[in-house]
Write a protein that binds this ligand. Sequence first.
Ligand code: G1P
Length: 289
Amino acid sequence: MKPVRKAVLPVAGLGTRILPGTKVTPKELLNVLDRPILSYIVAEGRAAGIEHFVFVTGRAKGAIEDYFDHQIELEAQLEAKGKHDILKQLRDELPRPGEMSFVRQMAPLGLGHAVWCARDIIGDEPFAVMLPDMVMSAKVPAMGQAMAAYNQTGGNIVVVEPCPEGQAHQYGIVALDGQDGRLNRMTGMVEKPPKGTEPSNLFISGRYILQPEIFDLLAEQGKGAGGEIQLTDSMLSLLKTQDFHALEYDGVTYDCGDKIGLLRANVAMALEHPELGAAARAAVTALLG
Ligand code: G1P
């Protein structure tokens, strides 16, 4: 079984649910407490053993590349002022040479198309997809849980979780061949099912391990839900010839592409923070009166 070494991070989305905050700042660089959303996602990937990150970017997303590079003047200032802790934090986040690639999705044709744009860099090996809107908080990071499942079953893994009441039509929803524990064989999936038609209450929450055969299917994939080329539709085609398992992830997800989701992530990360937690709790409690 080939190891999963690379992850695709589709970061070309416009962040329209969270305007005007995303007018000039890519939504993936909005802060959750003291660091951008992407910082959490890359840390999660590294903790799971990902060695190479492929960012599928778009126009006006150049700040993402800059975030993962030196900021020479800033670093010189911090050095001169003896602020070594924060300087170390900044440098620890930088990629090793060659650890990151950037490709452009030149038109917003959908998640499936974004993933397909990474095909030449991924090549002929299994790979992860990490949706950067979704900040996941867990003892074992979500991507690590997916890797452990992959080592058990091989094939393709889709991380899922119970969908909040009445929201299934906004997500990809899986169908399972019975439910026994957290890791179950999938029999189907549907992107944004009309209300009342969802095959289960488990939604695709933004971490995947896929086999490279998905790329040939994505190349031919027609438009699906919302007029977009959907990753879910090509996964459903691949399900005819390969195994898919849904892993019900053990942890909490914050949809940071949504105003209230971003707020929840900020509050939760502040409360969990080793140094700021107590002060954050006092501040939130005071606000609630
Ligand atoms: C995408 C996927 C969907 C998944 C969702 C999670 O949808 O297509 O299957 O449930 O991310 O956020 P989007 O949010 O791009 O509409």
